[in-house]
Design a protein around this ligand. Structure first.
Ligand code: CA
Length: 234
């Protein structure tokens, strides 16, 4: 049985998490504040921790740091804080994953299981480097691209992309700030015989912007350089 420690001060959310986790055979401990979180982490030895950052007695970032001082247990942050800066701060303190509220329960459960699996892999064979999963996340203020899981999340929900949209996005986000020529994108995604079909790019980039940009008509992340190509600004 997988033991999860839920650190959260909103009782309705604790109840919802507990019911859903127990239904999937997790054993649940709940801590309403940072102090009890640190105590329960020691006493109960959880396999994974779900942690809210806004707690009544301590800041969640300090809870992460204190936990990291004593354990490598996987830490999944579940927070309403959604800026890049806040996410980076949590990852740097030692969080393994970050989910923004409002969130999707199925996704949270999948990420918890993934965090437990990765940790088990680390212990068993040292196959996966400890911080590798987070380095594959491209986090912006409006969406997160998880290159490892091949998923895009926006407002805590998975954005459905077609394989072609995903392929384009992946090429762009892997080299932030760098111009990728129209020809390069067309050859990479559609093949060499399509190298002149710049209209394809316009159509697919418009679709991506509709799905990811707050204001698709004035894109902030997926930038066109007229006549040349496209670039991603993180
Ligand atoms: Ca809170």
């Amino acid at each position: 049985m997988t033991r999860v420690l839920v650190v959260e001060d909103e009782p309705p959310l604790v109840r919802a998490l507990t019911i859903n986790l127990q239904a999937r055979a997790f054993e649940v401990d709940a801590a309403p504040d940072g102090t009890s979180a640190l105590r329960l982490a020691t006493e109960r030895g959880p396999d994974v921790v779900v942690l809210d950052l806004g707690l009544p007695d301590m800041d969640g970032i300090d809870v992460i740091k204190a936990l990291r001082g004593r354990t490598r247990v996987p830490l999944v942050v579940l927070s309403a804080r959604r800026t890049t800066h806040e996410k980076v701060e949590a990852f740097e303190a030692g969080a393994d994953d970050y989910i923004t509220k409002p969130f999707d329960m199925a996704e949270l459960l999948a990420r918890l299981r993934a965090a437990v699996r990765r940790n088990a892999g680390d212990i068993a064979g040292g196959v996966l480097p400890a911080r590798e999963p987070s380095s594959l996340m491209v986090v912006t203020e409006d969406f997160t691209v998880d290159l490892g899981a091949k998923k895009v999340l926006r407002d805590g929900r998975v954005v459905r992309l077609t394989p072609t949209e995903w392929h384009l996005l992946e090429i762009l986000v892997r080299t932030p700030g760098r111009l990728i020529s129209q020809r390069q994108l067309l050859e990479e995604v559609w093949g060499a015989t399509f190298a002149a079909r710049t209209n394809y790019l316009r159509v697919y980039m418009a679709q991506l912007r509709r799905k990811l940009e707050k204001d698709p008509s004035r894109p902030r992340y997926l930038i066109t350089q007229p006549g040349m190509g496209y670039r991603f600004e993180g």
